[in-house]
Write a protein that binds this ligand. Structure first.
Ligand code: CO8
Length: 257
């Protein structure tokens, strides 16, 4: 499969998607959205892939949705194409995703990072939701996922002022899991994805789904879901193997990975 706006590779059991519109700071146009979704679907279907890393360039993870693409759009057109709705396929992707963010992650770029499971950021990363400066609001989770992720106070501050936050602030408020030197970013993200891909894939996918539930349902419902999923994993060979390996003081050899 060949793509114009992204590069797609596999590194062992890890899928790597690199945004590749350098002249536009990796602004996310509709073609790019579709190519990313297509690449993810292929990784979802590939049993040899256990986790996916999404990354950009040293300057920009992605500087938002492509403003030039949207500039002449009117309301019926945005409504009819359900503008940016296909990004939900990233939110619904079932294998773990890591956003490796260097430089700008603004608007849709910040929202794409938010749709990933772990954000690892370079020391030059900057995050923000500047849509208000364009006369619009975030359109793919900036008011919803960001509020659930970093709380109302910071989200209101970012969304209403359009200001950018540096990586230290992003880590303090819980958007970023780890900060690394820019030169180590991809290696750290791939190492982390590789570690996840070594585990039992059913357990990993269900762990991701269970954490996701915490953002969608009341606590009692989420706890019940977690407990039922926990019980269900006792039906897998990998549970027997994982626990037997612990008792026998050896490394587990998971079959479903
Ligand atoms: N769209 C289109 N082109 C862009 C974008 C963008 N978002 N960002 C940068 N570019 C282009 C510039 O137009 C410029 O192109 P050209 O050389 O042809 O003029 C090139 O990239 C380089 O940009 P700059 O010269 O501006 O570079 P600077 O280093 O001076 O500034 C910034 C970098 C700060 C990133 C600046 O480019 C900027 O502010 N960009 C716009 C940021 C923004 O407002 N983003 C929000 C966009 S709206 C949005 O994301 C809505 C989300 C909806 C859901 C999306 C789902 C994923």
């Amino acid at each position: 499969m060949s793509y114009d706006t992204i590069k797609v590779e596999t590194r062992g059991r890890v899928g790597l998607v690199t945004f590749n519109r350098p002249k536009a700071m990796n602004a996310l146009n509709q073609q790019m959205m579709r190519e990313i979704v297509e690449a993810l679907k292929a990784f979802q279907a590939d049993a040899k892939i256990g986790a996916v890393v999404l990354t950009g360039s040293e300057k920009a993870f992605a500087a938002g949705a492509d403003i030039k693409d949207m500039q002449s759009m009117d309301y019926p057109a945005a409504l009819m194409v359900d503008l940016w709705g296909e990004w939900e396929d990233l939110g619904n992707f079932r294998k773990p995703t890591i956003a490796a963010v260097a430089g700008y992650a603004l608007g849709g770029g910040c929202e794409v990072a938010l749709m990933c499971d772990i954000v690892i950021a370079a020391d030059n990363a900057k995050f923000g939701q500047p849509e208000i400066t364009l006369g619009v609001i975030p359109g793919m989770g900036g008011t919803q996922r960001l509020a659930r992720s970093i709380g109302k106070a910071k989200t209101m501050d970012l969304v209403l002022t359009g200001r950018l936050m540096d990586v230290q602030e992003a880590e303090r408020c819980g958007l970023v899991a780890r900060i690394v030197p820019a030169t180590d970013l991809l290696e750290e993200a791939l190492r982390t994805a590789d570690k996840i891909a070594e585990f039992s894939l059913p357990a990993v996918m269900l762990a991701k789904e269970a954490v996701g539930r915490a953002f969608e349902v009341p606590l009692a419902e989420g706890l019940r879901f977690e407990r039922r999923v926990f019980h269900s994993l006792f039906a897998t060979e990998d549970q027997s193997e994982g626990m037997e390996a612990f008792v026998q003081k050896r490394s587990p050899q998971f079959k479903n990975r």
